[in-house]
Design a protein. Structure first.
Length: 675
């Protein structure tokens, strides 16, 4: 490969690749970024074996544990990634493939870079053993990216159950910042989304992967910053036999002037290139928070009636509808309708619901098994466990071994037969514990985490392909599997089990930085809140939940007539505006690190939805709203029916913030008046 360069364009961002010699690729954005200081080149694929001693992106050893030397570039041409089994984005313009070869260890790496109409690139690798002996992949990130200088702010989205994706900011002058998961799924501890930026150069990164991930940002000895993103190398030891290939998950990168632009670009990208298009996202009534396992015949029939009266479109039996499942101690694996408890078969349920103009939704947790279940008796070999030790139970349940192909087939067939039998149109797909006790006859230990995720994708992608109209809501103990890999196959994700508005403001705001509102599932819930015990008026609960996919979770049989009427009002409002909420552009106005007051603005064409919140009247000066036209006229519509005409120039100066004790919110619908 001789000296050459190519320029890749996505929207308004350019990636210049310069092949200085065949040993490495130097790249950067036009003109501003051809750095060649000591050995601090921003390689596009760094490995161990050159004089670059920064942490490498790829590590592959031979049978004796010796690592590959440098990979030399052999060709660059347009080629599609033929990866099977992992979620991929769609709708790209070009897929450019750089082929590298390590002659010594006989490994070929194809590096795919996709370009899009939107300002985003994606990166992934295909690693192939072209020799005659086995090789071992010890690390294979999907991308690395060099940034000039140091002192970048890193926005990350850590959390826990009930406080998922609360935005954090870390400034990195030296050393390394790591954001990672090692528990088997993307986790609520560390979402794979990160934003790195300073001045007017911001970069957003995310990965289409639901398993262990790792995002490393490090400052080199020369003082430049490098970002590496991919599948976590924790315990990774993947045997690559002759002629076998290994694919890394796809990583998305975008660039913008500030975090707001990154948010716009990531969410528009996810909507157009990852999620399935939906005209209508149905309003679901979910039984969990209000009724738990107590959903016997009289109860659910009454709830369904009330849900229909307030305007819900789907009635979802959450946990507790299947054989003997009256607590979390039994029955996972036995997803057969408990006809005695529910008072009839699926035909009966559907008839009842259809008469109320409701569709049927069902909760499942298909990757799990209760030790007390029929499945555990009939297929003990499907349980993920070490042979010699009693496996650790979490929420009284164990995992199924998704590296075992027979188990994967079993689960797939079980879900297909449930969908066929129940004729449900909505599924909530839960996952309530993390991986432990890993041992499987199906693969080596160093391969397990990834093979488990491949099993998950095999199941969920088959269901998606077979039932394109089935609406799927992802879930994992709340929002512990909120990732782009899952979003490739589901329609929205339950954001958190914590439905308390104060917590939700932080959770939904953090989530919205990388995921569009149409993926964020929020439900109107009870007061006092079941998780935080805090009390909120109906208005606050509804206003915060509007910013996403709206649903209802409160026990409708236990609330006042006034509240029921209020919920009906919120639903008809949401129905009227759901297209705009799903497709609009969402802005967080002001500093997202501010924990006291917030301002959210959602806009589509001539319509906007504005939410402001304030704690104890803390902020007194309105947020400026630069997204309106100073010369236009607008009408504000409040909940209480009040309408106010306002000039664009006044609107830009902001609206008075809600004031009072505790958390106060104020939502207003704004329409531009046509001249
Ligand atoms: C955890 C989920 O996050 C809840 O919404 C609910 O579905 C329960 N699991 C049911 O067990």
């Amino acid at each position: 490969m001789s000296k050459a360069s190519i320029s890749l364009q996505s929207g308004d961002i350019t990636l210049d690749l310069s092949f200085a010699d065949e040993s490495h690729v130097i790249y950067g954005e036009k003109k501003e970024f051809y750095i060649d200081v000591n050995h601090d080149n921003p390689f596009l694929l760094s490995t161990f074996g050159s004089l670059d001693y920064r942490d490498p992106m790829v590590l592959i050893t031979d049978e004796n544990g010796y690592a590959s030397r440098r990979f030399l570039v052999k060709k660059v041409e347009d080629e599609e990634n033929d990866c099977k089994g992992l979620p991929l984005s769609f709708g790209h313009n070009r897929s450019v493939c750089i082929t590298y070869i390590d002659d010594l260890n006989e490994i070929e790496i194809k590096q795919f870079i996709k370009t899009f109409d939107e300002s985003a690139f994606s990166f992934s690798l295909k690693i192939t053993n072209i020799g005659k002996k086995a090789s071992f992949i010890k690390r294979a990130y999907s991308m690395e990216y060099g940034l000039e200088g140091k002192g970048y702010d890193i926005y990350s989205f850590p959390g826990h159950w009930g406080r998922e994706r609360n935005i954090q900011k870390t400034n990195l002058e030296t050393g390394e910042f790591i954001n990672q998961s090692i528990c088997g799924i993307c986790s609520s501890f560390a979402n794979p989304l990160i934003v790195v930026g300073k001045g007017s150069s911001f970069y957003g990164f995310n990965i289409l992967y639901s398993g262990n991930h790792k995002e490393s940002v490090s400052v080199s000895y020369v003082g430049n910053t490098k970002v590496m993103i991919g599948m976590n190398d924790f315990l990774l030891d993947w045997k690559l036999s002759p002629s076998e290939s290994f694919f890394t998950p796809e990583v998305i990168m975008t660039k913008g002037n500030n975090i707001d632009e990154i948010q716009q670009r990531l969410s528009s990208f996810v909507r157009k290139h990852i999620m399935k298009k939906r005209d209508i996202r149905p309003i679901v009534y979910n039984t969990w928070e209000g009724s738990g396992y107590d959903i016997g015949e009289a109860k659910w029939k009454n709830l369904a009636k009330l849900a229909s009266e307030v305007g819900c479109e789907v009635f979802l039996f959450d946990d507790g509808w299947f054989l003997n499942r009256n607590s979390d101690t039994t029955s996972l694996g036995d997803f057969v309708l408990d006809e005695a408890k529910i008072g009839g078969d699926f035909e009966h349920i559907n008839e009842y619901l259809n008469n109320l103009d409701l569709k049927l939704g069902l909760w499942i947790e298909p990757e799990m098994i209760s030790p007390v279940s029929l499945l555990a008796k009939s297929h003990p070999e499907f349980i993920l466990r070490r042979k010699e030790v009693e496996p650790i139970q979490s929420r009284n349940q164990l995992l199924l071994d998704l590296a075992n192909h027979k188990c994967v087939e079993y689960v797939k067939n079980m879900i297909v037969s449930l969908i066929e039998k129940s004729k449900c149109s909505y599924i909530k797909w839960d996952f309530n514990r993390l991986l432990t006790d890993i041992e499987s006859e199906s693969c080596r230990g160093g391969e397990y985490f990834h093979r488990f995720i491949l099993g998950y994708y095999e199941i969920i992608s088959s269901i998606r392909d077979m039932y394109p109209d089935l609406y799927i809501e992802g879930c994992a103990s709340g929002g512990a599997r909120f990732d782009l890999g899952t979003l490739r196959y589901v329609d929205c994700i339950w954001t958190s089990d914590n439905t308390s508005p104060r917590s939700r403001l932080l959770i939904q705001e953090g989530t919205s930085i990388g995921y569009p509102l149409c993926s964020i599932s929020n439900h109107y819930s009870a007061s006092p809140n079941v998780t935080t015990h805090e009390e909120y008026p109906c208005k606050t609960r509804a206003e915060v939940a509007f910013f996403g996919v709206y649903g209802v979770e409160v026990d409708l049989s236990k609330i006042s007539l006034e509240e029921t009427e209020y919920i009906a009002k919120t639903i008809s409002f949401y129905k009227k505006h759901r297209q705009m909420i799903g497709d609009g552009t969402f802005h967080i106005i002001g500093d997202p690190m501010n924990r006291v007051s917030r301002c959210w603005l959602l806009q589509k064409d001539d319509e906007s939805l504005l939410l402001t919140s304030n704690e104890d009247g803390h902020k007194t000066i309105p947020y400026r709203l630069p997204y309106f036209d100073a010369k236009a006229k607008y009408i504000l519509e409040y909940w209480d029916g009040r309408t106010v005409d306002i000039k664009g120039s006044d609107l830009i100066n902001g609206l008075a913030l809600p004031n009072g004790k505790g958390l106060k919110t104020q939502m207003v619908y704004i329409r531009r008046i046509k001249e």
